[in-house]
Structures are given as structure tokens and as C-alpha cells.
Write a protein that binds this ligand. Structure first.
Ligand code: CA
Length: 502
């Protein structure tokens, strides 16, 4: 048989009196991997499908009048069918500023495809990365835990032979793989550069990209001070593609991964390494932004290069008729950079203070969108506080995969997304390095030894404890620590309790 996976399709048609007709199409595949969950009988499958349909309708607050379920299985029976699973794609951009998309208020950028995700999904306006730098943000995303709890509180080394995210941590890829998914990592990794910590050892069936923090997009050499090293890998094998533009390579790899797995549930972690430096957008976008000031012009060209390739992926999903049944999560890993290698800026945090490396809002508040046209609301916004550690349990809920709440510090966003419920995060914690941390509880936020890379001089000696009320001071301009000492103590206590657990 040419394909290792057989195809099957079930169409459930649910008619609801007084409400729209709703089609839910699920795909599943024969599962040749024995450890995956098995539904042995047709009645088991029917029960699971019915539960899922009822759950989805309940989420939509639909009053059921008559539910007609018509099952049309079009394959022969097997003893090894996997569960019923939507595809999942996480698009994780690198150093994209808090408000750097049209749907987040940018007026000088052109981001129609990111905006399209917002129009076909739910956009978050108070969404955080669990860290203000690359590796711990990614560790939090993939484990559902704060970086401290996940064992990677700071950036992983970019040198071959150095570890990163501990291999005993369970990643989204490992969990989904156990439940019948084909899993792929494409783009930046930066979570370990040893065989035990590279993507294939962390649950990814397929991996293509660079293992360190950044590369030149044409030579694929590490882009930092020397000695710079070649860093391009496919499934643990070093590959050389001299002169080929990395953004086009990973775009093609993403299309191939999706097309090659179109008949099976798949998870793609698409970690695009722009608009992180080097700011190497394409000539088309450099020309488009030629009238913007530097470095905004170079940053904008990089971001629109990313946006254009997101559009290419969306078009492919539509061509394959997978778009409606694919959960797409879009997020930046943290705020924009003001480092020398990015000409001191280019990105924007809008009204928020700080940037990458800072736990002021501009370092950790990020654009974040989820789109799943078949199921979740479209063109809606949510202002509830949420964090990237929430995606893991959210995905598992959406895929109907069981888990223990204690497995994560993240909270499922299902009720926030579907029903606009209040945030489940009463409190959240960040730490960066040994001396810098922050806690948010309600509208109060306490920063210990805050950093403001945009204006380093603005941090005064008396600001080692910096208390803000985000409700009245979104720009975190005024330190209220001396006015509300009891609030300072309360938040220090929250931090210490979290720290003692980790
Ligand atoms: Ca980054």
C-alpha cells in the first residue's frame, strides 16, 4: 500500500430546531502504532462522537430540539482506530511586538493574514508569555508550566552539545503523539542542542530548523558574535542548503508536512524565527516599506514576510479542505527587541512599557489568536488575562484528551473562548535570572528589580520593588510600593509560595 495510513471520514450532521444547521466532520485514521488509544468497537466510537457533539452544542448554548446524527463511515472495520482529533498548528513568531499587527492597532504595517486569523477566531488583548526571552517562553508553551517549573528559567545555550528543556518534561508533542497525532517541528528550536533535548527526543516525529537562538537566513550560520557556526538540522542530521532563504525553506517544509499528513491528525509547531534579528525580510517588502524610518522599515519588512507565509499556509489548508478542522494558535514568543542586532528597535509595544528582557508589559504581553472555524467563535476578542502555559490544556480539551489539572500551571481557556467566562488566573508569576521576578494578582502587579531596556535610566535606585495597578496605569509609570506596603507584602507572599513549589 502506497500510503501507510488509510483514510476514513465520518460526517455527523446535526440539525437543531431554531438554530443553524451544523456539520461536524471528523477524520480519523487506522493507527499502526500500538501504544495509541484504541476504540475497539463501533459502539465505543459512536459514544465518543455523541459526547463530543453534545459538548460542542452545549458550549454554543444551543437548546437542543431534535438532534439527528447520521454516521457515514466509509472504510472497512478495524480493531485499531485512533480517537477523533482536529489538527493543531501553533504559529510562534519571534520577538514580535505587543501591538505589531493591524488587528492589534498597528497602522503602518500590512498583516492581512494575521488579521484573517483574528477575523476567523478569538483574539486576546491581555495575553502573556510566561517569560520575556526566547527559550523559557517556548519551554512554557510546550509544557504548560512556568519556565521555572519546567526546568528552563533562562535561555538555552546555542552551542551544540549543550542541553535545554529537560527531557523528562512532557511536551504538547509527546502528549498528542501518544493520542494518535503525527507531530512536526519546523523553524526555531532553542530548547536544547543535545540528542536528548532536540525535537525528535521531545515528541516530534519530524523536525527541521535551527537549534540555537538565531541564524542568518541565507547561510544558516548562528547570527551573533563569533565563532559563528552552521546550524541547520533535519531529524538530527545536519543539512546544508547554502544560499537558500530560510523563510522559504520552512514555508515549503510546513506545506509538505501538512500535505503529507492531510489524512491523519497532525500537530505542527511552526516556530518562525522572524521578526527576530537579523531583520532579513524579502526585497518585495523592503520596497513596500521604503518610506518608513529605520529600523521600523526593516522590522516591518520582516513581519510582512512572516505574514505572507502564514497566508501561504492558510491557502494550502483551504486547498486541502482542512482549514475548518484545524485549530490554529498564533502568538509571539515575547515582546520586541531593542538589541543592537536589531538596530535598537523596530517593534512596538504601543502604550506598554518595556521590551524583550523586561517584565513590564511590553516584554511579556503579546499578540495571541486562536482560530478553529468549525467550532469556536469568530471575529471576537477576549480581554481576560491568559498566558501561553494555557495553550497545552486548552488544546487537550479541544481534542478531548484527558489530563490532570495538576499536570499544568496553565488553565484551559475553553470557557473563556466559548463562553467569555472570567479568567481562571487569580495570580501569575514570572522570573528571569536570579534577581528579577514579577507577580500579577488581579490588576496589581509587583516587579522585583525591574528592567526597562527601552529607557534604562528610568529605573531609579528606590524602584527595586515596583508596584503598579494596571487598571489605572497601563503604562506602568508610577511606582506605588510606598503607598500600598500591604499590597507589596501580599504579592511577595504569592511569589514566595510559588517559588517554594518550584
Ligand atoms: Ca524571541
Amino acid at each position: 500500500m502506497a500510503n501507510r495510513l488509510l483514510r476514513s471520514l465520518i460526517s455527523i450532521k446535526v440539525k437543531v430546531i431554531g438554530h443553524a444547521h451544523m456539520d461536524v466532520v471528523y477524520r480519523w485514521r487506522w493507527n499502526e502504532i500500538e501504544k495509541r488509544e484504541i476504540y475497539k468497537t463501533f459502539s465505543d466510537i459512536l459514544k465518543v462522537l455523541t459526547n463530543i457533539v453534545v459538548k460542542k452544542l452545549m458550549r454554543k448554548n444551543v437548546i437542543l430540539g431534535v438532534v439527528v446524527v447520521v454516521l457515514c463511515p466509509c472504510h472497512n472495520s478495524s480493531s485499531q482506530n485512533s480517537g477523533i482529533l482536529p489538527n493543531v498548528i501553533i504559529i510562534y513568531t519571534d520577538d514580535q511586538g505587543t501591538v505589531d499587527a493591524n488587528c492589534y492597532g498597528a497602522r503602518d504595517l500590512y498583516t492581512p493574514n494575521i488579521d484573517h486569523l483574528a477575523k476567523t477566531g478569538v483574539r486576546f488583548s491581555q495575553f502573556y508569555a510566561a517569560a520575556p526571552v526566547c527559550s523559557p517562553s517556548r519551554a512554557a508553551l510546550l509544557t504548560g508550566k512556568t519556565p521555572l517549573a519546567a526546568g528552563l528559567p533562562g535561555n538555552a545555550p546555542s552551542q551544540k552539545g549543550k542541553p535545554g528543556l529537560p527531557s523528562e518534561e512532557i511536551t504538547i508533542a509527546e502528549k498528542l503523539k501518544e493520542n494518535g497525532y503525527m507531530t512536526g517541528h519546523i523553524g526555531k528550536w532553542h530548547l536544547g542542542y543535545t540528542e536528548e533535548t532536540m525535537p525528535n527526543a521531545q515528541g516530534f516525529d519530524y523536525s527541521f530548523g535551527h537549534m540555537g537562538g538565531c541564524i542568518d537566513n541565507y547561510s544558516h550560520f548562528y547570527y551573533w558574535k563569533g565563532p559563528n557556526r552552521h546550524d541547520l538540522w533535519e531529524n538530527n542530521n545536519e543539512v546544508w542548503m547554502d544560499g537558500e532563504y530560510f523563510q522559504d525553506i520552512i514555508s515549503d517544509k510546513a506545506l509538505s508536512f501538512v500535505e503529507g499528513n492531510k489524512d491523519v491528525p497532525f500537530f505542527l509547531y511552526y516556530a518562525i524565527n522572524l521578526p527576530h534579528y537579523p531583520l532579513q525580510g524579502t526585497g518585495k517588502w523592503r520596497e513596500y516599506y521604503k518610506d518608513l524610518d529605520s529600523p521600523r522599515d526593516k522590522y516591518a519588512a520582516s513581519l510582512s514576510t512572516v505574514d505572507e507565509r502564514i497566508g501561504i499556509l492558510l491557502k494550502k489548508l483551504e486547498e486541502l479542505k482542512l482549514r475548518d478542522d484545524t485549530i490554529i494558535i498564533f502568538q509571539s514568543d515575547h515582546g520586541h527587541s531593542v538589541e543592537e542586532r536589531t538596530f535598537g528597535g523596530g517593534g512596538s509595544a504601543g502604550p506598554y512599557r518595556g521590551a524583550k528582557f523586561s517584565m513590564f508589559e511590553g516584554g511579556i504581553r503579546v499578540p495571541a489568536i486562536i482560530s478553529w472555524p468549525r467550532t469556536i467563535p469568530q471575529h471576537e476578542a477576549r480581554d481576560q488575562m491568559a498566558v501561553n502555559v494555557d495553550w497545552f490544556p486548552t488544546i487537550l480539551d479541544m481534542c478531548d484528551i484527558r489530563y490532570q489539572n495538576d499536570d499544568f500551571e496553565g488553565k484551559s481557556l475553553i470557557n473563556v473562548i466559548y463562553d467569555n467566562d472570567s479568567s481562571q488566573h487569580k495570580v501569575f508569576w514570572w522570573s528571569s535570572g536570579k534577581k528579577n521576578w514579577a507577580v500579577r494578582k488581579g490588576n496589581w502587579k509587583l516587579l522585583k528589580n525591574p528592567r526597562d531596556p527601552v529607557d534604562k535610566e528610568s529605573i531609579k535606585p528606590g524602584d527595586s520593588l515596583f508596584l503598579v495597578n494596571l487598571k489605572v496605569d497601563i503604562g506602568e509609570t508610577k511606582n506605588l510600593a510606598n503607598i500600598y506596603p500591604e499590597k507589596v507584602h501580599e504579592l511577595i507572599k504569592e511569589y514566595n509560595q510559588w517559588k517554594s513549589r518550584n
